[in-house]
Write a protein that binds this ligand. Structure first.
Ligand code: GAL
Length: 991
């Protein structure tokens, strides 16, 4: 039985005691004292029945130190429990509002000195910027109050309990509470005091709260000021030195809106901020104001009268060592990285971030959807029975959450939409939140994806809608029903601006099809873009028993229930490395579009409002990837939404090599987030002269043979290649398998557009059932001609009647060795295939292959539905760098459309391979890896891959697309690889 002392743990009320009303997080010159630092700490496995630890004289000398801010599960190397990762599941019984008795509870204590001159303060306030999940506070033994709402700020009035000199604060934090039911976001559960704790002296005659509601219209800025202060605070002076504004209001009744001329507007592209101070005799508040007006007109979402397209990221607060503890330098670098990758918007999934993040967003320039700390997704599995969102018992908690959200951050120009939360079903409490926001802030619309019928929100939002559905949403008069809507509701939704609050799920290798979504945005103005799920992987830095560091995901901490690596779905890896998908995103959403037309190029500025005066346009011409000429285009300044046509430079066209023109739009000067010359947009033009492909030489004098012979640099035994250029080689063998990506393992029903996938069954599962990972070969024939060898094999898997016939012809063409492989599937293959490739295994010899140079698409990996970041050029990489370290090893490293490939060993050329196009002009891709697809597929983490100095070269006639079926649609049919006959033709020479 819980004691009366712990009954509050299952209280649905958001707080008790001397909790104060929510207000802005302001930069004030009133005195304050950070209580961050080392606190005394004790962890109990259940909520202790006594509260004696809160007494002033309690002896905590036996306790350990615990940093604040921190999550206790990330401290002490497991001494204080472990993180738990779940997506939808609650890690405790669904028995609202109760939580189990096993409820890790942290008791914190520390001393602090209140300066003597604080005795002038009218009030002393103790602020917590984030505590997960429920906490209770005592000062000098007095019980002050309790609060929940982990990612929200709470302030307590401690005036009557503090005294000058030494004081003791005690805080009890429960990992689980009624509030945990409202905090079921897809992330780690990380208890503790994880944001700042501050003691604040509130001066008499100070400003309790302040709201500068700014607007911008026709060159005029508008400020509508709301001052929350007592009559003794007046006169109040508002100053904007840069604009020459100095406004004094003698009384509260005088406070009136201001119009200011000569103002530059704020936008995500040009985040113009003005320093503002608002002062009384006792206190001065400093803000940075940006002038912008947010409006919905019909189905358009406008800022300063212009339509906004969100190229956004869902941003969680996550760090491999700190968890959700904020680090400003790291956050700034992360936001600068977003800017460098053409990201212009952030949804703060799924809670308010540390308040400083919004200062950074104002300053660097992002459109922000600020989301409340709310999710009850676990009730979805119960068909939403008992969902707090529709239960009056939780109404106060819902309202409290959204009030704390809006009040804290209301001054930020970057915030253009409020979001009620995520995946909390629907119900009266959400509608009440929305009503409160509408009443409080008429200057920003309300978003909540779960309001499918559009009953209480202003924008229409969906997550993971397929390309076709998205197109239907953008199209007027479409009869296609919208998800979760009656026809009438669907019609209403089509009158609103639409955004994808989550799309292109970036788990592991993928997503594909980013460009298809982007194309729709330019065709249907109702579609306002979206927010990638998500920015970063949430890996937690851990070490194996032998000391190897790795990024842990669900299940790595022995959790009872967990959701595995579903928490590793970012475009940036846990260690800050951008994945190829982020490069793809950057290329797809680039704000400048180039269209080549004869001897001209049309340059279109796709930005919201900024012109191109910050850009320069560089060009270069390459012959087979080697630079032959370069310069700069003369481009007039192009206004947002406009185009200019400019002549191309003279392009010297080569006869024996490919001729490519590349144009880059680069920053003309450094910015806060990138240096001068940083590339923001690129395009290429193929000006190659046509060159004939050497015809296949058909031998006629084939005779059966034992297949033991030498052809130039190739040595064969029994029909099999055994040595190439003096090196041991095995293969080539047919390889149809790739280590399944997270998308290949996805089993969503979203396969409507693909008739080769099965709803509810992953493609990876189908491939395993077919035995694509365990193919066997039967040699049917070996023949030779004067300077050629031909083998025919039948490749199939145990217990399968399906097969593939592989004909390999090795021949000497002059002194060059040619390999032509014809691959032909039997009838009856019904699924897609991961790849159609041939694999060469190069064992680790004296000088193992450790790198590649190639002319083809690069520099990063690319797949049929993710090719936009790839350009044609000459590249090189070490074998290590050819693969991406996805948190769960999977297919990686494919370089498309290769023309020439050289394998190297410590810089020396080992083998030179030329890939000839097939009769359709298609060229193969390659991967070079230390591991086979089968080895990669067996590893759950990078450290599980065996040590290897061998190398495996796979030349792929084709690869299957990526799609985003880990959480979303399958590969689009055009990019799905169906079993089909393919030819691979290579010329191979010694290095
Ligand atoms: C969404 C959810 C996100 C995340 C994502 C999948 O449904 O809002 O929090 O779980 O799916 O990674």
């Amino acid at each position: 039985m819980p004691s009366h002392r712990t009954a509050y743990v299952s209280d649905t009320a958001p707080g008790r005691g001397a909790l104060r009303a929510a207000r802005s997080w302001l930069h004030s010159d009133a005195p304050s004292l950070s209580l961050n630092g080392s606190w005394r700490f004790r962890l109990s496995p259940t909520a202790p029945v006594t509260e004696d630890f809160a007494a002033e004289g309690f002896d905590d000398s036996g306790w350990n130190g615990m940093p604040v801010p921190a999550h206790w599960v990330l401290q002490g190397d497991g001494a204080y429990g472990r993180p738990i990762y779940t997506n939808v599941q609650y890690p405790f019984p669904i028995d609202p509002p109760y939580v189990p008795d096993d409820n890790p509870t942290g008791d914190y204590r520390r001393h602090f000195d209140v300066p003597a001159d604080w005795s002038d303060a009218e009030r002393v306030v103790l602020r917590f910027d984030g505590v997960e999940s429920l906490f209770k506070v005592w000062v000098n033994g007095d019980e002050i109050g309790s609060a929940s709402g982990s990612r929200l700020a709470h302030e307590f009035d401690v005036t009557s309990s503090v005294r000058p000199g030494d004081n003791v604060v005690a805080v009890r934090v429960h990992q689980w509470s009624a509030a945990s039911y409202l905090e079921d976001q897809d992330q780690w559960w990380l208890p503790g005091i994880f944001r700042d704790v501050t003691l604040i002296a509130r001066p008499a005659g100070g400003i309790e709260d302040l709201w500068l509601r700014t607007g911008f219209d026709d060159g005029f800025g508008r400020i509508d000021t709301e001052i929350t202060a007592g009559p003794d605070a007046f006169p109040v002076t508002l100053r904007i030195p840069e604009l020459g504004v100095e406004q004094v209001w003698a009384t509260a009744a005088d406070v009136a809106p201001l119009e200011v001329g000569g103002v530059e507007p704020w936008s995500a592209e040009q985040p113009r901020l003005y320093d503002v101070t608002v002062s009384t005799a006792a206190e001065s508040i400093a803000l940075r104001a940006g002038f912008r007006t947010v409006k919905i007109r019909g189905d358009r979402f406008l800022v300063n009268g212009r339509r906004v397209v969100f190229h956004g990221m869902n941003r969680h607060e996550t760090h491999p060592e700190r968890g959700r503890v904020f680090d400003e330098e790291h956050a700034r670098e992360d936001l600068a990285r977003m800017k460098r990758f053409n990201v212009n918007a952030i949804r703060t999934s799924h809670y308010p971030p540390h308040p400083r993040l919004l200062d950074l967003a104002d300053e660097l320039g992002f459109w922000v959807i600020l989301e409340c700390d709310l999710e009850t997704h676990g009730f979805g599995d119960l068909d939403w029975a008992g969902n707090p969102s529709d239960d009056p018992a939780w109404r106060e908690a819902y309202l409290d959450r959204v009030q704390r959200t809006v009040e804290r951050d209301k001054n930020h120009p970057s915030i253009v939409i409020w979001s009620l939360g995520n995946e909390a079903g629907t119900g009266a409490n959400l509608a009440a939140m929305s009503a409160w926001v509408h009443a409080r802030d008429t200057g920003r619309p309300v978003h909540y994806e779960g309001d499918y019928a559009g009953e209480y929100t202003d924008v229409y939002s969906r997550m993971y809608a397929s390309v076709l559905e998205t197109e239907q949403i953008g199209t007027d008069g479409s009869r296609a029903p919208l998800m979760g809507c009656t026809p009438a509701q669907g019609a209403r939704q089509r009158t609103k601006p639409f955004l994808l609050c989550e799309y292109v799920h970036a788990m592991g290798n993928g997503p594909g099809a980013i460009d298809q979504y982007e194309a729709l945005v330019h065709e249907h103005p109702r579609l306002h873009g979206g927010f990638v799920w998500e920015w970063r992987d949430h890996g937690i830095l851990a070490t194996t028993p032998d000391g190897t560091p790795y990024y842990a995901y669900g299940g790595d901490f022995g959790e009872v229930v967990h959701d595995g690596n579903f928490v590793m779905d970012g475009m940036v890896l846990s260690d800050d490395v951008p994945t190829p998908s982020l490069h793809e995103f950057k290329a797809v959403v680039q704000p400048v579009r180039f269209a080549f037309d004869g001897d001209e190029v049309a340059i279109t500025n796709l930005r919201h409002s900024a012109d191109t005066s910050d850009l320069r346009f560089r060009w270069r011409v390459e012959h087979d990837g080697t630079l032959v000429d370069s310069g700069e285009l003369e481009v007039p300044v192009v206004a947002a939404g406009e185009s200019a046509r400019v002549p191309l430079p003279r392009i010297p066209v080569a006869r024996d090599s490919e001729t490519w023109l590349t144009v880059d739009a680069v920053l003309a000067a450094g910015t806060a987030w990138a240096g001068e010359g940083h590339v923001i947009a690129t395009a290429q033009l193929d000006r190659s002269a046509r060159r004939p492909v050497p015809a296949v030489r058909r031998e006629t004098d084939w005779r059966p043979n034992d297949g033991t012979l030498t052809l130039g640099i190739a040595e064969f035994a029994g029909g099999s290649l055994v040595r190439l250029a003096g090196r041991d080689v095995a293969g080539p063998r047919l390889e149809l398998f790739r280590a399944p990506t997270d998308n290949d393992e996805g089993a969503t029903d979203e396969v409507k557009e693909s008739d080769a996938s099965v709803p509810g069954v992953s493609n990876a599962e189908l491939w395993r059932r077919l035995g694509l990972d365990r193919l066997t070969t039967r040699l049917l024939s070996v023949e030779r001609a004067a300077a050629a060898l031909r083998t025919i094999s039948k490749v199939s898997a145990a217990n399968s009647a399906l097969s593939v016939i592989v004909e390999s012809v090795w021949s000497l063409v002059g002194d060059e060795l040619e390999l032509r492989v014809e691959i032909e599937p039997s009838r009856g293959w019904l699924t897609v295939w991961p790849r159609i490739g041939i694999r060469f295994d190069l064992p680790d010899g004296a000088a193992p292959v450790d790198g590649a140079e190639w002319f083809g698409l690069g520099p990063l990996e690319s797949y049929p539905d993710s090719l936009r970041a790839a350009r044609t050029g000459r590249f090189s990489a070490t074998i290590r760098d050819l693969s991406v370290d996805y948190a769960r090893p999977q297919e990686t490293g494919h370089r498309s459309q290769v023309r020439e490939l050289t394998l190297t060993s410590t810089g020396a050329e080992v083998l030179r391979i030329t890939a000839l196009p097939d009769t359709h002009g298609r060229r193969p891709g390659f991967t070079l890896s230390r591991h086979t697809p089968q080895q990669i597929a067996r590893a759950g983490h990078p450290f599980e891959l065996p040590d290897s100095a061998a190398s495996h070269l796979i030349v792929d006639a084709a690869q299957h697309g990526l799609g985003s079926r880990a959480c979303g649609p399958d590969v689009w049919p055009e990019f799905a690889l169906r079993p089909e006959a393919r030819t691979i033709r290579l010329r191979i020479a010694a290095g």
